[in-house]
Design a protein around this ligand. Structure first.
Ligand SMILES: Cc1ncc(COP(=O)(O)O)c(C=O)c1O
Length: 393
């Protein structure tokens, strides 16, 4: 019996020719993954071991991205998450239980801190916050029940570069794993696993995506035991990354080396130029000696990214700092970073516990791919319009 056209729209006889090759990674979407027969059906998550079982655990596109991040970071395996903050959550939920204590740097990305304070505490996990410059001094803060130490280097906005190997040595002395937010280095400039880290995460949203048009995160582990813990938790949390976003990230990775190279050179030039400006007290760029922990950047990093902060002289008012941001023409005002467009955001640390005393005088810049001379002209124009050469003279 011939099937109705309605059924044939679904079960068509059309065969796609084989042998097509292109330079682009295909986007494999799919919730259902078909098994060859009834006996093969299983729902195990580790697709490296059992083959594809369900879209939630990845399609070939998701796993291609995971494999490339893992190769870049020289890890054992990578799990892709729908965002960087999701990657932070996965690490915490996989490695912690009620009664545990964790340590987090005060300079950490704020939602990481808030997750610990507002959510993990509700589940009986006690967070402790430590000064990012602590180094081996972290030993004194480790407790019987400490189960995880977070690092983020450089820290968000205030940019302190951490002595990660010293922190890792102290934690490992008590058998405690160390997690690192490796987003700033794009997984390129800081070789986390050779510096003692056990699990890294990245917001792929930033340099891997590179064009401000996707949200993705990654969790990469150094060895199998951690992979088992993270993978089995990932399965049950149900956080699937979209294969379409993964394909954009794969495309982003192809141009990442040239983007990073341009961004590094441009950001350093701009940071150095800003260091000489009378309006500015401090440039917090890890490659400059004025940045806390610069010596660890020199020792441990192989390059620098395009995100850094500036602190205006104490005479600057909050309204003037905000006007400086508003007067910029090429810099957008908005969160996230790592894309091709330069950004500027003014922060106010007046009531932020543990943050240095920069008050409202700190502005974070994300340097994009615009011509450096144009960005310098924009910055100079704004400084001139707000202070007219008066501040700091
Ligand atoms: C250092 C750092 N980690 C994690 C995240 C979170 O990433 P996402 O926005 O993809 O959730 C961000 C985002 O701004 C970040 O700056």
């Amino acid at each position: 019996m011939g099937k109705s056209w309605k059924t044939r729209l679904i079960h068509s006889d059309v065969k796609v020719l084989e042998g097509y090759r292109s330079l682009a990674s295909p986007v494999f979407r799919g919730s259902t993954t078909l098994f060859p027969d009834a006996a093969s059906v299983n729902d195990r998550w580790d697709q490296h071991e059992v083959g594809y079982t369900y879209g939630l655990y990845g399609t070939p596109t998701t796993l291609e991205l995971a494999g490339k991040i893992c190769e870049l970071e020289k890890g054992y395996r990578t799990i892709v998450m729908p965002g960087g903050q999701g990657a932070i959550s996965l690490i915490n939920l996989a490695l912690l239980k009620s009664g545990d204590h964790i340590l987090i740097p005060e300079s950490v990305y704020t939602p990481n801190r808030k997750l610990a304070y507002h959510v993990l505490r509700r589940f009986g996990v006690e967070p402790g916050f430590y000064p990012p410059e602590i180094g081996s001094g972290i030993e004194a803060l480790l407790r019987e029940n400490t189960r995880l130490v977070w690092c983020e280097s450089p820290g968000s906005i205030t940019m302190e570069v951490q002595d990660v190997p010293a922190i890792a040595a102290a934690a490992h002395g008590r058998g405690i794993p160390v997690a690192l937010d490796n987003t700033w280095s794009a997984g390129v400039y800081f070789d986390a696993f050779t510096h003692g880290v056990d699990v890294t995460m990245q917001a792929l949203t930033k340099y891997v995506g590179g064009h401000s048009d996707l949200l993705l995160g990654s969790v990469t582990v150094k060895e199998k035991a951690l992979y088992e813990k993270l993978g089995s938790t990932h399965q049950l949390l149900g956080c699937a990354a979209s294969p379409d976003d993964c394909s954009l990230a794969l495309r982003g990775m192809r141009t990442m080396a040239v983007r990073l190279k341009h961004i590094e050179a441009s950001a350093r030039k701009i940071a150095e130029w800003l260091s000489d400006r009378p309006e500015i007290e401090l440039v917090l760029h890890p490659a400059l000696p004025s940045c806390p922990g610069h010596e660890f950047w020199v020792r441990d990093f192989t390059g620098s990214a395009g995100v850094f902060s500036i602190v205006f002289k104490p005479e600057a008012t909050k309204a003037e700092v905000e006007r400086f941001v508003d007067e910029l023409e090429l810099f957008g005002i908005g969160y996230s970073w790592g894309g091709v467009v330069s950004l500027a955001v003014a922060y106010d640390f007046q009531r932020s516990k543990g943050r240095p005393d920069y008050g409202y005088r700190i502005v974070r810049l994300n340097i994009g791919l615009e011509d450096t001379a144009d960005l310098l002209e924009d910055l100079e124009g704004s400084l001139q319009r707000v202070w007219g050469g008066r501040l700091g003279k």
